[in-house]
Structure formats: structure tokens, C-alpha cells
Design a protein around this ligand. Structure first.
Ligand code: SF4
Length: 169
């Protein structure tokens, strides 16, 4: 059975910077959870940041990506450590796909905040998403669960085709 890495906040865990969650009450996630597929992870907690913590956004200076809080504190190291820890968890569980929270400087997959703390977002991906993708893990977000479900079907049918001793369920 394919395991799926999921942002802990989407499962209702209170791990966000403000101590809240972003529970995504969707039938697809509920089904995957009941099937025991989900591997919950919060990269920022895994990187050593507390709850609550100051919000942080990605910023690009001269081509280098950094993560900073609004007062300019550089927290990039926490984010890169969290990304590495999340990749290690994914590898341990043989994960090939993830559903991560859109917009986050760690978990965003299509868009991230633009570094001005003004609520504006720009096309881009978070630190963890980028590392997972570089390592061959397909990352979706919570707005893309039907595409994620289609990809899961594809993964499982190619697994069955290459291991005919397994049966489809
Ligand atoms: Fe959710 Fe990811 Fe932010 Fe953790 S780092 S609170 S899992 S969006």
C-alpha cells in the first residue's frame, strides 16, 4: 500500500505558527486516513521551531532563497533542517507522493507569500516541497486532492502491473 505524506496542520494538528490548524475535512483524506496511508509531518516543528512562532516568509536575494520573520530574523536553518527531517521520514515510509499545505514557506507547492508580509503570494514552492520534489516525490496541495487521488491510482496500478502476484482491491 502506498503511503502519503501529509502536512500535520491539514489533519487538524495545532502546529501552525499561531497555534492553530488548517483541518481539511475532505472525503479523500478521510478515506486515506481510514486506510492507514497517511504519514503526518510538520517540517517546521521537525526543524526545531516552537508553537507558537513568528510567521516567516521566503525571500530571494541575489538568487539565494532565505526564510525570514517580519523583523528580519533569518530562520532559514530551521526550515532546511525541517525539510531534511521530512525527507528522512518520507524515505523511511517509502513515500512517493505528498499532500502539503499550500502557501506555506515550508509546504507550499504552487504559491508562497512574497516575503513582504502583506498577504500577497507569488508562484513558487516552499523549502520542504522543493527538497521532496528534487528527490522524486510528487507534491500536491489540499486544493488538488482529486489529482492526488488519480496519481495514487496510477502508482498502485503500475505497482500491480510490475508485481503481478499482487491483487487489485
Ligand atoms: Fe502546516 Fe507545513 Fe506549516 Fe507545519 S510547516 S504548520 S505542516 S504548513
Amino acid at each position: 500500500m502506498e503511503r502519503i505524506l501529509v502536512s500535520a496542520c491539514l489533519l487538524g494538528r495545532p502546529v501552525r505558527y499561531d497555534g492553530g490548524s488548517k483541518l481539511r475535512d475532505d472525503q479523500i483524506l478521510v478515506r486515506w486516513q481510514a486506510e492507514g496511508r497517511l504519514v503526518s509531518c510538520c517540517p517546521e516543528i521537525a526543524g526545531g521551531l516552537p508553537v507558537p512562532r513568528p510567521p516567516a516568509e521566503l525571500s530571494v536575494y541575489g538568487g539565494a532563497v532565505a526564510v525570514r520573520t517580519e523583523d528580519g530574523t533569518d530562520v532559514t536553518d530551521f526550515f532546511t533542517r525541517g525539510a531534511a527531517a521530512t525527507l528522512a521520514v518520507a524515505r523511511r515510509h517509502g513515500v512517493k507522493m505528498a499532500v502539503l499545505k499550500e502557501g506555506s514557506p515550508s509546504c507550499g507547492s504552487d504559491r508562497v507569500h512574497d516575503g513582504t508580509f502583506s498577504g500577497r503570494s507569488v508562484p513558487g514552492a516552499g523549502v520542504t516541497t522543493t527538497l521532496l520534489r528534487r528527490n522524486g516525490i510528487r507534491v500536491f496541495n489540499e486544493n488538488d486532492l482529486h489529482a492526488a487521488a488519480a496519481y495514487l491510482r496510477e502508482l498502485e496500478s503500475s505497482d500491480i502491473d510490475s508485481h503481478p502476484e499482487k491483487t487489485r482491491d
